[in-house]
Design a protein. Sequence first.
Length: 808
Amino acid sequence: MEPEKASAVLVLIASLIGIVGAPDSFIGTGSILSATGNTAWLSISGKFAFGFYKEGSGFAVGINFFPKPNSNHSTVIWTADRDHQPIPSNANLTFGNEGLVLHLDEGDRIITDLYDGTLQLAYASMQDSGNFIVYDMYRNMAWQTFDNPTDTLMAGQEIPMGHNLISSVSANNQSSGRFRLAMQRDGNVVLYPVNTPETGTHAYWALGTRGYDGLVLDHEGSLRLTDLNSGGQPFFAWLNSSQAMSVHFLRLEADGYLRIYSRNQSGLMMVSAQYPADNNNNNNKCFIKGACGLNSYCNSTGNGDAHCLCFPGYVYIDPSRVVMGCERNFTRWSCEAVNASTSNVSAFYNISRLLNITWPDDNYNSSTVKSEHECSDACFRDCNCYAALFLPSEKLCNKQRYPFQYGIALSDQDEPTVAFFKVGLAEQKNQLSAKPVGSENLRVPGTVPLVLSLLLTATFAVVLDFLIFFLCRYRMGTYRRLCESMETGLAKAMAPRFFSYKQLMDATDGYKEEIGEGKYGKVFKGLLPTGDAGTPIAVKKLKNVREKFRNELKSIGRVHHRNLVRLLGFCHEGSDWILVYEYMSRGSLADLIFQSHEAPPSWKQRVSIAMDVARGLYYLHEGCDVAIIHGDIKPDNVLIGDDGIAKIGDLGLAKHLQPGNHITYTRSRGTPGYKAPDWAKPCDWVSPKVDVVSFGVLLLELLCLKKFCLLLELDGEFNLASWAYKFLKGQTKWQVPGEDVDAEELKEMMKVALWCLHGSPEKRPSMYDVVMMLGRKKIVEFPPVPLLDWNVRADTGRTPMAEEAERG
Ligand SMILES: *[C@@H]1O[C@H](CO)[C@@H](O)[C@H](O)[C@H]1NC(C)=O
Ligand SMILES: *[C@@H]1O[C@H](CO)[C@@H](O)[C@H](O)[C@H]1NC(C)=O
Ligand SMILES: *[C@@H]1O[C@H](CO)[C@@H](O)[C@H](O)[C@H]1NC(C)=O
Ligand SMILES: *[C@@H]1O[C@H](CO)[C@@H](O)[C@H](O)[C@H]1NC(C)=O
Ligand SMILES: *[C@@H]1O[C@H](CO)[C@@H](O)[C@H](O)[C@H]1NC(C)=O
Ligand SMILES: *[C@@H]1O[C@H](CO)[C@@H](O)[C@H](O)[C@H]1NC(C)=O
Ligand SMILES: *[C@@H]1O[C@H](CO)[C@@H](O)[C@H](O)[C@H]1NC(C)=O
Ligand SMILES: *[C@@H]1O[C@H](CO)[C@@H](O)[C@H](O)[C@H]1NC(C)=O
Ligand SMILES: *[C@@H]1O[C@H](CO)[C@@H](O)[C@H](O)[C@H]1NC(C)=O
Ligand SMILES: *[C@@H]1O[C@H](CO)[C@@H](O)[C@H](O)[C@H]1NC(C)=O
Ligand SMILES: *[C@@H]1O[C@H](CO)[C@@H](O)[C@H](O)[C@H]1NC(C)=O
Ligand SMILES: *[C@@H]1O[C@H](CO)[C@@H](O)[C@H](O)[C@H]1NC(C)=O
């Protein structure tokens, strides 16, 4: 591995598990801080302080960088519960077994959202990286501020895919502000105003990248994109400032700019990069979308300042904070009222002109007109039009969408424009008592709850990702996605954790009891060293296959389902890549159905296993917003627990689809014999339907207790699919052990299996259909003749597909 790659991997792993730097300061349980007495816990160097700092009329709890009282050097890099009211001066903060708890007159508030009480916390540490970490008694990280960023990213900290930074209100107010940095699921890094959808209309700056999983600021001050699939390759080095001993951090500022700062030993802070860069738009702050709120426009003064001005007929929502936007200062009449009135429109509205402004393309109707007057008239008569923009050079008339957003004043160099605004008359001259629209009167719908929604967005952005990845769980029986809100405690409990090499050495008693060996490494039995100690675990030592380690961590670490083997933790030290799973006492399905020395599972068990595997796979494909293709479904990768419940394991070959995509381009994976014919080429587009084929093969094997590629000819057939078809046609008799087989059920399930093996992916059922059909909730039609490709050649006893795969 090249050194650069290696260091990127380390940064990646380190930020993944939060061990940037050695633990330094030590804060034992029982430690206490108060807003007025001992206010903070310092890092070893004293550069970082966790605790109370002054904000507004009270205090907040957070991390201060260069905490010097009465000095302008101090910088808040993290705040707990940033949108809460200021904390009164009589508050206390304790670190105990429940984590960090803020004691207020009105009650306790827990800052560390740890999961259940089984976790024994031991100490916390304010590190010189700017990370505050809480450890359990086994020195495993239980919580860290790096996982919950506000507006600042310290060197070594990562924003994972789907997460955001949200700017603060101002340098002195850390509440959620108006801008958002999104590490999007498509791998792009984009700046938006908060509360807007992730579309180009709202973006004001983007990297334009695709397919990355996270954003890291490295210790040299360069921003890098990480890609778990390709080994955390450093990608995007933005700048080259390697000022020794400087600490770098990135912040999404209250004004919407993204800035990277370097701070040297004496606390001097320098901006080393800014996005969007000033030279791109002549230092015009108005290019930041959302610099001014709705129904206002931004006018740049040229010296780097910008003003937010209301359109004619509109007034500031909050004159003390003009950036919040404007609201209508006139009555809006319903179209029916205006129409029904005996007077014409001019009894209700007048038209105001405003010169030299523009909007980014956001009109609902654009047409060519002969004159300025025609444009103004078109808007005047259109009941839904409240503003139109006339471009004299092109004689174009754009009717603008309401409420108006991102309006900007043009400079002298731009083509002049004329905008028309429909403004309500102070006194209606209409004779009828027409009613205003609804009861909203003078307020613009949507602007009133703006502050509220700003707050909501901040919390929502963080919670949303949790919901999507951890909480979109499958509700048994109803086949619906269940996205429970606010179950973050549960989510944390399900997240895999870090084990040290020594812990796992002890847990497995020196890797004594080997319970399996696969293509990628050996599996050992052990006993869980932490939490519910004594719980059996399976410890998989991977043979130098980093990619698989990461892939598995990424796939199974993010999903949780009754029918998926749970990943409890992981370990990476030196060349060792180790994964820790729940122990599945009854071994693999392959052992269960192909080992002749054991009694085969009963029919009932087989049916229930089939259903378990189908459900697990359905969850992977459709349970969450990112579809996961398993890629290697076979009886060896299905494990059975004590309770007889089957779970899918080995997600090392899994492939994630981008949200909204149904196919992906990937190297062919999987095991010959279980692999879909449409995945035979070395590189191909695949969809989750490749798993459906593998499931079909597995299902037939489970039903018949035979290998799909029959070792001995059965009724003239060489594979189970052809034989099953013959059986369904009544051309052969049942020859499978187990007397308790329900013939009707068997036939139904075989039909499902044969549909799964359909040659064309579109004709194959989805796993949802499979679950429905196996559960007898959907009628299964008679399947077509199995695909020829599945026939085994008489001379080699293998399928052509298997042979091709082996050759490739
Ligand atoms: C910070 O800003 C928020 C939202 O604008 C406001 O509600 C809060 O009162 C402000 N806090 C302080 C201390 O000024
Ligand atoms: C902090 O900044 C303010 C103005 O921004 C200035 O008046 C004050 O003297 C500064 N304080 C220190 C300690 O530098
Ligand atoms: C904070 O601690 C002090 C002294 O330990 C105590 O007197 C005070 O009541 C505590 N305040 C709260 C809000 O718990
Ligand atoms: C960054 O620094 C390296 C040497 O430290 C130099 O070779 C490289 O050209 C620099 N890149 C830029 C963009 O300045
Ligand atoms: C920090 O930077 C300032 C300005 O460049 C310089 O005067 C000062 O000596 C630096 N301090 C350290 C410790 O490098
Ligand atoms: C207004 O009234 C005319 C006829 O009186 C009718 O054709 C038209 O659809 C009405 N428009 C609206 C918006 O109600
Ligand atoms: C609308 O009414 C005004 C007076 O209220 C009148 O001057 C104008 O001609 C009318 N326009 C039409 C098209 O009826
Ligand atoms: C409509 O606006 C124009 C100027 O924009 C003004 O001269 C005129 O008096 C207004 N009409 C009414 C009825 O207010
Ligand atoms: C736009 O408005 C004009 C009249 O104002 C109308 O003739 C045209 O059909 C509209 N176009 C669309 C696409 O609605
Ligand atoms: C923008 O501000 C300048 C003065 O700084 C002023 O001359 C100009 O008219 C303003 N433009 C608009 C559209 O308000
Ligand atoms: C609008 O822009 C044109 C050309 O840039 C200029 O001549 C005119 O004075 C501007 N009008 C206003 C009101 O700023
Ligand atoms: C808002 O409307 C009221 C009454 O229509 C008027 O008196 C007031 O001047 C308007 N305010 C602004 C800023 O236009």
